[in-house]
Write a protein that binds this ligand. Structure first.
Ligand code: MF3
Ligand code: CO
Length: 250
């Protein structure tokens, strides 16, 4: 069942989203050559607590961090390690907040350098995210979001990771519906204003297959290609989706 949120619940989700956006912004600012993944995780954790939030990922059994951090061929669910960032790394930070019982989830990928091919790679993922978000309006379906993401990614010669998907979000980090980054327009359930969704673009510059790392959490590309990750929590709107976790607006 996909829930519609009332105004009171939406207010709490907005507050949760503001904390997540601030934490993502601080984390992104902390990504520098020589800094360790675990240091960035701590920056995010501190920001979330300082703003009165709690770690949504604590609700994932056995997951001990505030964030997932995935570099280069790592795609999602990366355990923050002691590894230091180096020049030309692509660094993806994924974090979620729980505030007064309400979850919001967001992720962003940044480049520690100027490689033009990597810059284009990231720009496509970001555009695919906004394309998907644009479709999160009354009367559209989940497939309209999926198809918008897939079109943008594949037109650029990149691949969507099909085994990992976006999701509904609210009282729990992961709720119905699943929101794949691929599929036909018009497929899936019809969207209604007041639904809250975590729309995710999970993609690579190779084939879209991923394998689980020995650490039991991190998904890496099977072919060693680069992974990118862009995610925002939104409220489905009548004419326009409302983005709750836009770190650029903090
Ligand atoms: N943001 C991630 C997602 O929606 C959640 C990561 S769960 C963790 O898939 F346990 F890996 F942190
Ligand atoms: Co998510």
């Amino acid at each position: 069942m996909v829930k519609l949120r009332n105004q009171y619940e939406l207010k709490l989700m907005r507050d949760s989203g503001k904390i997540a956006a601030a934490a993502l912004k601080r984390a992104i600012e902390g990504v520098k050559v020589g800094v360790r993944e675990i240091d960035v995780d701590k920056v995010a954790e501190k920001t979330i607590y300082k703003l009165g939030g709690d770690l949504s990922y604590k609700t994932v059994p056995n997951y001990p961090f505030a964030t997932c951090i995935t570099v280069n061929d790592r795609v999602v669910h990366g355990l923050p390690t002691e590894r230091q960032f180096v020049k030309e790394d692509i660094v993806s930070i994924d974090l979620a907040v729980k505030f007064k019982g309400w979850h919001t989830d967001c992720a962003w990928s940044v480049l520690l350098g100027k490689d033009p091919k990597k810059q284009v790679f990231l720009k496509v993922g970001e555009k695919a995210l906004w394309d998907g978000i644009e479709k999160a309006v009354d009367g559209n379906t989940v497939g309209d979001i999926s198809n918008a993401i897939q079109s943008r990614v594949e037109r650029a010669g990149l691949s969507v990771v099909r085994s990992l998907v976006g999701h509904g979000i609210g009282k729990n980090l992961h709720e119905d519906p699943e929101i794949p980054g691929y599929g036909p327009k018009g497929a899936g359930i019809r969207l209604k204003s007041g639904m809250t969704l975590a729309i995710e673009v999970i993609y690579t510059n190779g084939k879209g297959d991923v394998v689980l790392d020995e650490d039991g959490w991190t998904f890496k590309t099977a072919d060693g290609s680069l992974g990118g990750l862009f995610e925002m929590t939104v409220i489905v709107g009548k004419k326009e989706a409302e983005v709750l976790t836009d770190w650029r607006k903090v």
